[in-house]
Design a protein around this ligand. Structure first.
Ligand SMILES: [Zn+2]
Length: 435
């Protein structure tokens, strides 16, 4: 923001305009208008020039942010049937192929299914359209498979099943995320740090989604855990309100830039570079890792117990995610190909019984075997005749960015949420995007 300038007094301006004459005044006015339009055009975010303030004070323009988040509920696969309820009056609408706009008093618990003849069957009614929007009115809310949500619900039929997406205001969404991500015993400052990270994460996802995507985030660990109204306890509501509109940014060539505020449960001692986890993500200073964290040592999975899996089982799990790896036969050897300074496996080499081999990103290998089985990529591998032993495991999660258990210890020691975020996302700072 530019510092405020002293304004020349009105009489001086008037005298000066009189001296230069009307033609020059018109030229000056047009020139000033051009500068103003150019300035508006070059702003990095879409802005609205609000009404002239009552005082002569120069007000910064209000930033216009799209506040709606589209959250895909119930996973990434189409469902044959979905249990739904709307607790009060609502509107059901659709545009194509047949415009629909109906107001109904409520929707008792019912099942939504793809209609055999096309369209969607819902609560005994048949709608010929493949895409329906349910908009609760007054204090009605939507219940999907027993969970209550604010906002609207889009139901659409695709790939032989149904998908449901909750369209909800960002701040309401965050109230449903915090308790999905953190236990209630966590400190208030930890809740606030988590909230700013989660807000930044969802805004980043919104801005980087492809134009034809029908949703912004999943309601699971694939994005952020979102449990709807169930998560709206005093803790979560307070943290959202106290950090309203705040996001993490980093300064790049004079501009504040959003970044993907990744976070995970327990880093195990040191964070890692984002490209070890997501090789194609932008390499930005806040996500370059190597942040030492001695504060997650109290976490349950700071160190984890050895995991023993048969070679056949490891092969089955990997091939389920990477069918082309079936050509390796059974995976008989696993060798770390690249390690971080603290022992995380960046890439892993797979040797097959057919003599063929393959290299995978360490995180992809871990998540294919099971993110809850191999809790991190920081482990040592031992191979037996027909099994692998994953031992000396450290940490839980990908270890990029914020460490949630480290954050909690720091908060309990008196560190504020802004300092916590600056520590785990080096070079970043907090910016208030909207009030
Ligand atoms: Zn940590």
């Amino acid at each position: 923001m530019q510092p405020e300038q002293d304004q020349p007094r009105r009489s001086e301006v008037f005298n000066w305009v009189q001296r230069i004459g009307p033609a020059r005044s018109l030229f000056l006015a047009l020139f000033s208008l051009s500068l103003l339009l150019l300035g508006c055009y070059t702003l990095t975010e879409r802005r609205i020039i609000g009404r002239r303030p009552a005082t002569d004070e120069v007000q910064p323009p209000e930033v216009s942010v799209d506040h709606m988040v589209r959250v895909r509920l119930l996973g990434s696969k189409p469902r044959a049937a979905i249990e739904l309820e709307v607790t009060g009056p609502f509107e059901i609408s659709s545009e194509a192929p047949q415009p629909i706009q109906q107001e109904l008093p409520r929707l008792p618990v019912c099942t939504a299914r793809v209609a055999p003849s096309g369209g969607i069957n819902l609560g005994g009614a048949h709608y010929p359209n493949d895409d329906l929007l349910i908009s609760p009115m007054r204090d009605a809310s939507i219940v999907v498979e027993g969970k209550t949500y604010r906002g609207l619900l889009r139901i659409h039929s695709d790939s032989g099943g149904l998908f449901v997406t909750n369209h909800v205001d960002i701040e309401s969404y965050l109230r449903g995320v915090l308790r999905g991500e953190l236990p209630s015993r966590f400190h208030d400052e930890a809740f606030k740090a988590q909230c700013v990270a989660a807000r930044t994460y969802v805004l980043y996802q919104k801005r980087n989604r492809s134009a034809d995507s029908t949703f912004d985030v999943y309601d699971s660990e694939r994005s952020q855990m979102y449990i709807g109204v169930l998560g709206e306890d005093e803790r979560a509501v307070g943290a959202v309100a106290e950090t309203r509109g705040q996001i993490c940014v980093w300064r790049d060539q004079g501009e504040d830039k959003l970044f993907c505020t990744y976070y995970s449960s327990t880093c195990g001692g040191r964070s890692q570079h984002v490209n070890h986890f997501k090789p194609n993500d932008p390499d930005v200073p806040p996500l370059r890792g190597n942040v030492e964290c001695k504060d997650c040592y109290l976490a349950k999975f700071y160190r984890w117990k050895p995991v023993k899996l048969s070679k056949t089982e490891v092969t089955r799990r990997i091939v389920a995610n990477y069918p082309s790896i079936a050509r390796l036969g059974t995976i008989v050897g696993l060798r770390p190909k690249e390690l971080t300074v603290d022992g995380r496996i960046v890439r892993i080499h797979l040797d097959g019984s057919t003599g063929q081999n393959e290299t995978l990103v360490g995180e992809d290998f871990r998540l294919s075997v099971g993110g809850r089985v191999l809790k991190s990529t920081n482990f040592v591998i031992e191979a037996g005749p027909d099994f692998f032993l994953f031992r000396d495991g450290r940490g839980y999660g990908h270890g990029v960015g914020l460490c949630q258990h480290g954050m909690e210890t720091k908060a309990r020691r008196g560190m504020g949420y802004k300092a916590i975020l600056a520590r785990y996302y080096p070079t970043s700072r907090i910016k208030t995007l909207y009030n």
